[in-house]
Design a protein around this ligand. Structure first.
Ligand SMILES: Nc1ncnc2c1ncn2[C@@H]1O[C@H](COP(=O)(O)OP(=O)(O)OP(=O)(O)O)[C@@H](O)[C@H]1O
Ligand SMILES: [Mg+2]
Length: 455
């Protein structure tokens, strides 16, 4: 991150010292602001998110330790470096206990000071990186590459690559399972903000009553359960990218607040009076037609216009059938967790090409995953593809006894199916439950009930 994007607050009641520090720090390229006492510092901290605060310990009215406490309870991600006039061990210990990153004895050499600031910034980055690490890992494991060579997909990738390095707000629209989240990642990875936080909020999965508190945080005491201040997701995503997934499902109550945040970067924590600022690039996605939602009065028109500065429409799988063989191949070679490599017959590909894929790529992926487990001789045949409008086929059936599917009781089909999946995954129950779409608890019940066995 460029130094000028990192903001440092210098708090000291001695004017000459304040001036000296701020000249030194701005000379090194950082953005600097100053406060002449504890009260001014607390006011400044509430209106701006600082990366590092340099704070004198001894000040009249509100002293440095109090400022430090205030920062650490309300803005834990801001690093604080305390400046002490005397080499008093007790003060040093108190500073560190209260959560200061470091303390420096005054007067200080410029080298000392700048090195400490640099380290504090590195420390902050590390903590941030940890916060985004989990989602980052999930992202890298699961998908990564966007597969497909159809014109429809190429057009999408073209626009995405062009808009990625800009600061533009992007709305990604398309039916379920078409890769909207994948495209959001694609844009992030090619953006100037790559490496800075990428935070996803699934607006559909957070209840209406909680979404505002999640996005913008809350102050202690804002509601019954709010025993501690909690920073908002926008603060965590500060300087990075905020991905509002399923934005079409966002509550009308929160819509004006998101609008304001997009327009000005300003927000207020729930239960708080101070206006705070954060700088996030906004990407959003939905499978709803937002113009329709506007007409129906469920979505604010002004918000739609802010979100869709650039709109990317993802094609359905039906509109990019040519990509089916490539996708299948990639699922079989890179994503499957089966023991032996599996392949697919031309006949089976034909079946896939003639199906209409209402669940798009996600459905294709699931169908292939299941077929790879059920198939014999490691080759997927049409009978292994349980598509809704083709008759259900069983792991052990072959052409000769095709009527088997109609004469076996449903329970038996279930038993055989679960056993086949377990067998194929060498008894890995977590994976099996995932593939079967049931909970681990249900799987254990079934294993018990049917006395299932596998090698
Ligand atoms: N072009 C592609 N190449 C490879 N895999 C893809 C592609 N598009 C989508 N997928 C895979 O399909 C699945 C669904 O994709 P994703 O979650 O991005 O869809 P979505 O549009 O966000 O769906 P929903 O509307 O249901 O949230 C994921 O496993 C993703 O990796
Ligand atoms: Mg999605």
């Amino acid at each position: 991150m460029a130094k000028k994007d990192q903001t440092i607050l210098v708090v000291d009641d001695e004017e000459t010292f304040r001036y000296m520090l701020s000249t030194l720090i701005s000379g090194a390229g950082y953005t600097v602001e100053t406060a002449s006492d504890g009260i001014a510092a607390i006011n400044a901290i509430q209106t701006n998110l600082y990366d590092v605060v340099l704070c004198d310990v001894r000040m009249p009215k509100v002293d440095g330790i109090e400022v430090l406490k205030f920062i650490k309870t309300n803005y834990p991600r801001t690093e604080v470096v305390m400046l002490t006039g005397t080499a008093d061990v007790r003060i040093a210990v108190e500073c560190m206990k209260t959560g200061a990153y470091d303390h420096i004895l005054k007067p200080t050499t410029s080298d000392d000071l700048l090195t400490t600031i640099e380290r504090a910034l590195e420390h902050q980055q590390l903590i941030r990186n940890n916060a985004v690490m989990k989602t980052e890992l999930e992202r890298l494991q699961g998908n990564g590459d966007i597969i497909g060579e159809s014109t429809a997909l190429r057009r999408v990738l073209d626009v995405a690559a062009k808009v990625a390095p800009t600061e533009s707000t992007v709305l990604i629209q398309g039916p379920s399972g078409t890769g909207k989240e994948l495209i959001a990642n694609y844009i992030y990875q090619r953006s100037e903000r790559y490496g800075l936080p990428f935070v996803t909020v699934n607006c559909a999965s957070i209840p209406d009553t909680l979404i505002e508190a999640e996005l913008f945080g809350y102050e202690k005491g804002a509601f019954t359960d709010a025993q501690k201040m909690k920073p908002g997701i926008v603060e965590i995503a500060d300087k990075g990218t905020l991905f509002l997934d399923e934005i079409g499902d966002i509550s009308p109550i929160v819509q004006p607040k998101i609008l304001r945040f997009i327009q000005s970067g300003e927000f207020r924590r729930v239960g708080g009076n101070q206006i705070l600022k954060a700088d996030c690039r906004i990407l959003s996605a939905t499978n709803k037609n937002l113009k329709e939602e506007v007409k129906e009065g469920r979505f604010r028109e002004d918000l739609l216009y802010r979100l869709n500065v650039i709109t990317i429409e993802l094609p359905s799988l039906q509109q990019r059938r040519d990509d089916i063989p490539l996708l299948v191949n990639s699922f079989l070679t890179t994503r499957m967790k089966t023991r032996v490599p599996k392949s697919i017959s031309d006949k089976a590909i034909e079946v896939l090409l003639s199906y209409d894929w209402p669940g798009n790529i996600r459905e294709l992926e699931n169908v292939i995953e299941r077929a790879a487990i059920l198939c014999q001789n490691n080759i997927i045949e049409p009978r292994d593809l349980s598509l809704p409008n083709s008759p259900m086929t069983l792991p052990s059936t072959n052409g000769r006894d095709s009527k088997v599917g109609t004469t076996i009781p449903l329970k038996e089909i279930e038993r055989m199916h679960i056993e086949a999946v377990l067998q194929s995954l060498r008894g890995n129950k977590t994976e099996t439950a995932k593939i079967l779409g049931i909970s681990l608890k249900t799987l254990y019940t079934k294993i018990q009930q049917y006395q299932l066995r596998w090698n």
